[in-house]
Design a protein around this ligand. Structure first.
Ligand code: B1M
Length: 213
């Protein structure tokens, strides 16, 4: 791996946001292609963070800190990527369902998805089915992600899917779901396309659904 790329990789795995910014800037100034910085630096480092999390070496705080470092690097890279018109892996609209204000897990999922090269439209928390539909109609994402942390709000995922069915748009978008009370069997029962128990598996699932895993 190029030294400048490995500096970016290490800064993100170590969760050092200011080093992530500096190393991305320095790689750009050295003339390294933005797509290489994205794939071999940012995306690869978040893949490594996901691996460390799955193996129990990293926990949620470390993953959040690394995700923030990745975001810091992404903020430097994003304008260059936009200028070069590099195609993202896909587009994801994401939100926490109606009645639910928990957003830490959803934000972590968004960051891991962005790290995996997806373009994210984040609707925030307490998102009503109508607002999800509006966003899907406007942004035409490949994937819709819904998060719920409360046993009292998880049924709003089902309500949203039913609303999409009623409006005849359910087949227009893949739906992935997650959050502490959600299980694979619940996802199957309500007709979601996928469930992930954590952020790194959410990114892997999204890639699989796009046929890119
Ligand atoms: Co609340 N809360 N909370 N809370 N809160 C829980 C969820 C609770 C389990 C605490 C407890 O009682 N032990 C409990 C729910 C009980 C239940 O329903 N069975 C609870 C409750 C009861 C409440 C209130 C009702 C409390 C009250 O007011 N009486 C209230 C509800 C407010 C509302 O939403 N309407 C409330 C409020 C809050 C705060 C605002 C104080 C705060 C949220 C701040 C914020 O998010 N900005 C809060 C917090 C922080 C928690 C706990 C402590 C931590 C949640 C968290 O951020 N975890 C939580 C207890 C716990 O979980 N141990 C609790 C870290 C985060 C990284 O994990 O969100 O699970 P998580 O996300 C994971 C995965 O689930 C998955 O990936 C993430 C990363 O690995 N994932 C997805 C999540 N979304 C996904 C989407 C995907 C795929 C994977 O695809 C789209």
């Amino acid at each position: 791996m190029d030294t400048k790329i490995s500096e970016i990789f290490n800064a993100i795995v170590d969760g050092d946001a200011s080093a992530a910014k500096q190393t991305v800037q320095s790689a750009l100034e050295a003339g390294i292609d933005a797509e290489i910085i994205l794939n071999e630096g940012l995306v690869a480092s978040m893949k490594e963070v996901g691996r460390l999390f799955e193996e129990g070496e990293y926990f949620v705080p470390e993953m959040l800190i690394s995700a923030r470092a990745m975001q810091a690097g992404m903020n430097i890279l994003r304008p260059v990527l936009i200028e070069q018109d590099i195609k993202p892996s896909g587009k994801v609209v994401i939100g926490t369902v109606r009645g639910d204000l928990h957003d830490i897990g959803k934000n972590l999922v968004s960051m891991m998805l962005e790290g995996a090269g997806f373009q994210i439209v984040d609707l925030g928390t307490d998102v009503a089915p109508e607002k999800f539909l509006e966003a899907v109609t406007e942004h035409k994402p490949d994937i819709l992600g819904m998060s719920a942390l409360l046993t009292t709000t998880m049924s709003n995922i089902k309500t949203t899917i039913q609303y999409f069915e009623e409006k005849g748009v359910r087949k227009d978008v893949k739906i992935i779901i997650g959050g502490a009370p959600i299980t694979q069997s619940y996802a199957d029962e309500i007709g979601a396309d996928g469930f992930a128990p954590d952020a790194s598996q959410a990114a892997a699932l999204a890639k699989r659904l796009m046929g890119k895993a």
